[in-house]
Design a protein around this ligand. Structure first.
Ligand code: ADP
Length: 275
């Protein structure tokens, strides 16, 4: 069993990061349709979701099940065709593009498969970038604190190219945490890493949730990565079809196999009905 008591004990210099009641992410009846008429694709076909603050959620599903669309709609990068999305208690549906950009910069963190660090900036400058983009003072003490939290306290002056892949992803995590965001969205964060390094990076995300009160939503295809989450949600054909709490990698893989077979059978039956 995972120890979760650290969440109460550790301190964060961002007071609102802790013990804030309420939900970090809330989706109600979210639909996303691409195209129109007979050719329309219902990438999200009615998604409801409520994620409390301080939780780590993994989203899995077969290819084409709607994972990317879900992430983009939940993170305010794409607009649903219907339904509502709330982030940190703020309704983002209908927000202007400027407001949405501001919200993404100041209240969301992103971690990508490909790290997305700026190679010409130092590690510290990369970490401070979200604060600069949000028009806030580039607080170097804050950068030093988050870099220490990800175990890179001595790498502030290095450039990304001088670091290993795992270290670069740690910088990306520090950058995602620097604003004390309501939610960190991670898209296949370990897709480019070997198994050992992947475990270190996932351990860091776990640590951010347990000790800093961060909220992490991670899309992954890897059951071993998903096993670090509190809860795994399984998407099929644009809707959540199943979920597993504190599952092992084996249990998660077994659910995925069942889900993929079910989806393939349904697609086969549909094709049979059409021909
Ligand atoms: P996943 O990330 O699980 O592979 P996606 O969210 O990328 O799934 O896609 C869900 C469905 O929406 C798929 O059928 C895909 O082909 C379709 N889709 C995604 N993006 C577009 C787009 N821009 N235009 C048309 N269809 C799209």
């Amino acid at each position: 069993m995972r120890l979760r008591s650290g969440r109460q004990q550790k301190t964060d210099d961002r007071p609102e990061a802790q013990n804030t009641p309420g939900l970090a992410v809330e989706l109600r009846g979210v639909r996303r349709r691409y195209g129109r008429g007979a050719g329309a694709v219902h990438a999200l076909a009615g998604v409801d979701l409520a994620l409390p603050r301080g939780t780590f959620t993994a989203v899995m599903g077969p290819s084409g099940s709607g994972k990317s669309t879900f992430l983009q709609c939940a993170a305010g990068l794409d607009r649903p065709s219907a339904g509502s999305v709330r982030l940190g208690g703020t309704e983002i549906t209908g927000m202007t593009e400027n407001k949405l950009t501001e919200l993404r910069r100041s209240r969301l963190g992103f971690v990508f498969q490909s790290f997305n660090l700026l190679p010409s900036l130092t590690v510290e400058q990369n970490v401070l970038l979200p604060l600069r983009l949000a028009g806030q003072r580039p607080d170097r003490r804050r950068a030093a604190a988050v870099l220490a939290q990800v175990g890179l306290g001595d790498k502030a002056r290095r450039r990304p190219g001088e670091l290993s892949g795992g270290q670069q992803q740690r910088v990306a995590i520090a950058r995602a945490l620097v604003t004390g965001p309501d939610v960190v969205f991670a898209d296949e964060p370990t897709g480019a890493l070997d198994t050992g390094t992947a475990a270190e990076v996932l351990g860091l995300l776990r640590h951010a949730v347990d000790t800093l009160g961060a909220t992490v939503v991670m899309v992954t295809h890897d059951p071993a990565a998903a096993a670090w989450a509190d809860r795994v949600l399984f998407l099929a054909d644009g809707a959540f079809a199943d979920e597993l709490e504190r599952g092992t990698a084996q249990q998660i893989a077994a659910r995925m196999t069942t889900l993929t077979a079910r989806t393939a059978r349904a697609a086969g039956a549909m094709a049979g009905a059409v021909v």
